[in-house]
Design a protein around this ligand. Structure first.
Ligand SMILES: CC(C)(COP(=O)(O)OP(=O)(O)OC[C@H]1O[C@@H](n2cnc3c(N)ncnc32)[C@H](O)[C@@H]1OP(=O)(O)O)[C@@H](O)C(=O)NCCC(=O)NCCS
Length: 176
């Protein structure tokens, strides 16, 4: 049976879906590194952050859908390069997530490529994507889209709570 995999810009009526998907992404990312929700995710309350993103000219949020039902999201943000690169901007994929059961059928790919095309339409030719170290799934996904690593963030915590916690196979908790 054919399925329809599409991406469309999110709007304010989608915030309920976006928050639900974000919480699942957060659970998956925090299992890899505890700093993610503190440094790499969105400001709390995330509902307000999504509304601000939807209102921001330099930010794009897309939902990925199978047969019209939202099962993933992607968030990209444009930023300028350094002063001596006047006028040149880079579009960064800050986060991308697809529901576990919907993975491997192209939802991520359609969202990634749609977002890039959108940014290309506003003159962007440079793209970054944020991936946690050791996160092979995400690395493979971006490499499949033509990305290559250019930077890695080293982290130290005096509080002893910043350790790296890679779980090779994340399993979501079963909802009762
Ligand atoms: C990364 C993620 C968004 C990929 O979404 P997806 O819808 O499963 O990806 P797609 O089906 O579009 O796959 C696109 C390409 O990515 C690669 N890929 C996807 N899943 C893969 C897997 N399990 N193993 C290896 N490569 C994989 C493949 O190259 C694939 O191309 P192919 O189908 O031609 O082989 C999804 O796995 C996810 O949500 N992961 C958790 C969140 C996350 O890590 N986000 C990134 C950091 S914020």
């Amino acid at each position: 049976m054919d399925i329809s995999v599409t991406a469309r810009p999110a709007d304010t009526a989608d915030v309920v879906f976006l928050v639900d998907l974000y919480r699942k992404l957060e659970a998956e990312m925090v299992a890899i590194h505890p700093m993610w929700p503190r440094a790499d995710g969105l400001d709390e309350p995330v509902e307000e952050s999504f509304l601000a993103c939807l209102d921001d000219a330099g930010t794009r949020v897309y939902l990925g859908e199978i047969d019209g039902y939202p099962l993933g999201f992607i968030l990209g943000r444009s930023r300028p390069l350094l002063a001596h690169e006047a006028g040149v901007r880079v579009a960064a994929i800050r986060m991308v997530f697809v529901e576990q059961d919907a993975r491997g059928v192209g939802v991520g790919e359609v969202m990634r490529d749609t977002l890039l095309e959108d940014f290309r339409g506003t003159g962007h030719q440079l793209f970054d994507a944020h991936v946690l170290p050791g996160h092979r799934l995400a690395k493979n996904f971006f490499e499949a889209g033509g990305f290559a690593a250019r930077s890695i963030v080293m982290h130290h915590s005096d509080l002893g709570d910043g350790g790296r916690r890679i779980r090779a196979h994340y399993r979501p908790t079963v909802e009762s």
